[in-house]
Write a protein that binds this ligand. Structure first.
Ligand SMILES: Nc1ncnc2c1ncn2[C@@H]1O[C@H](COP(=O)(O)OP(=O)(O)OP(=O)(O)O)[C@@H](O)[C@H]1O
Ligand SMILES: [Mg+2]
Length: 340
């Protein structure tokens, strides 16, 4: 089995006492594999940042354990803890750059902290500037950079000491959609080429869909759903998951669909997975079972490794049962929304 970068077991975290007590995290269990991009998603106040601070041990959990590379960091000495923290790079929403220092100095900062020799710092920072595409901005101050460029500096700084894990807490929330995409691409590239485990914390499903392999969904301090993102998209178990994915269900109040509900014919929702075209399957079904099919709604979601297509179809004919079975046999997930 693949090794675990992070294992969180029965973690509880609260703030305050008595009537003011806030239970921010309740019985959290998460296992993150080495080298994967893992998403933590939830609305404001769900407990995401609390979880981040428990993982990098800026916050001490009430109970439970946090294992980083197999070592329980709730049980180690302060000096060991400082060493372990270097293993985790942080990327922040508001970049947290030193405004009176140049790009070079910002990236060199964590290397100076661990007393890296000057010549080595010089070499490493040049490498990092290359990785994040800012070689020409080396002597510029943060105020002269765009948001996306600032975050590139933040990323270079986070990976400067070659950590095994990087955590991004709302790293793209202050950026426009296009810049978000380029930053996510960069994070993905760093994950692939440097084999860093990445933990992405966000309230945006678009971010999760773009780069994550797996995701945990938090609501009011509890895990409501965990798993591969395509699995959660295809078969969300909770309303929270459905809301986050804005799955096709939320479009079912659409006029075309509402009108079709009043007309004869069965209505089905068919979910297709994979890179292949959905066409042959549908047209084969129509030919083979002599059914009429009208598309009422359709959408395609692009996930990290897969395309997921959803079609809402009205099918008429004598053999609609067989037609539905045919789709199922061809690995299509079918839900009957209206029966005749
Ligand atoms: N230092 C603190 N003292 C008291 N309560 C806190 C503290 N930090 C967080 N909380 C509370 O814990 C709960 C979870 O907060 P947290 O910051 O972890 O949520 P979040 O998911 O990161 O939210 P956001 O998306 O707004 O950043 C909230 O109810 C919050 O008010
Ligand atoms: Mg937060």
């Amino acid at each position: 089995m693949s090794e675990k970068a992070v294992v969180i077991k029965n973690l509880y975290k609260s703030y305050g006492e008595g009537a003011n007590k806030v239970e921010a995290l309740k019985d959290i269990n998460i296992e993150i594999n080495k080298g994967e991009i893992y998403g933590i998603i939830g609305l404001s106040g769900a407990g995401k940042s609390s979880l981040v601070r428990c993982i990098n041990l800026l916050e001490v959990p009430d109970s439970g354990s946090v294992l980083i590379n197999g070592k329980d960091i709730t049980k180690i000495s302060l000096s060991e803890l400082r060493k372990e923290r270097k293993n985790i790079g942080m990327i922040f929403q508001h970049f947290n750059l030193l405004m009176n220092s140049t790009v070079y100095e910002n990236i060199a900062f964590p290397l100076k902290l661990v007393k890296t020799p000057k010549a080595e710092i010089e070499k490493r920072v040049s490498e990092l500037l290359e990785i994040v595409g800012l070689s020409d901005k080396r002597d510029v101050y943060p105020a002269q950079l765009s948001g996306g460029q600032k975050q590139r500096v933040g990323i270079a700084r986070a990976i400067a000491t070659k950590p095994d894990i990087i955590m991004c807490d709302e790293a793209t929330s202050a950026l426009d959609p296009e810049t978000t995409k380029s930053i996510l691409d960069l994070i993905k590239e760093i994950n692939r080429t440097l084999k860093v485990t990445v933990i992405v914390i966000t309230h945006e499903m678009e971010v999760i869909k773009a780069i994550c392999d797996r995701v945990t969904m938090l609501e009011e301090g509890r895990i409501v759903e965990s798993g591969g993102i395509t699995d959660i998209y295809i078969e969300p178990k909770t309303d929270t998951a459905k809301k986050f994915f804005k799955a096709i269900d939320t479009e079912l109040d659409n006029r075309v669909y509402q009108k079709a509900l009043k007309e004869p014919g069965r209505i089905i929702k068919a979910v297709f997975r994979g890179e292949g075209s959905t066409d042959p399957c549908i047209s084969n079904m129509i030919k083979k079972y002599d059914v009429d099919a009208a598309i009422l709604l359709g959408n395609i979601q692009s996930m990290e490794n897969m395309l997921v297509g959803t079609l809402v179809l009205r099918i008429n004919g004598a053999n609609t049962d067989e037609a539905i079975n045919y789709l199922k046999e061809n690995d299509v997930l079918v839900e009957v929304l209206k029966n005749g």
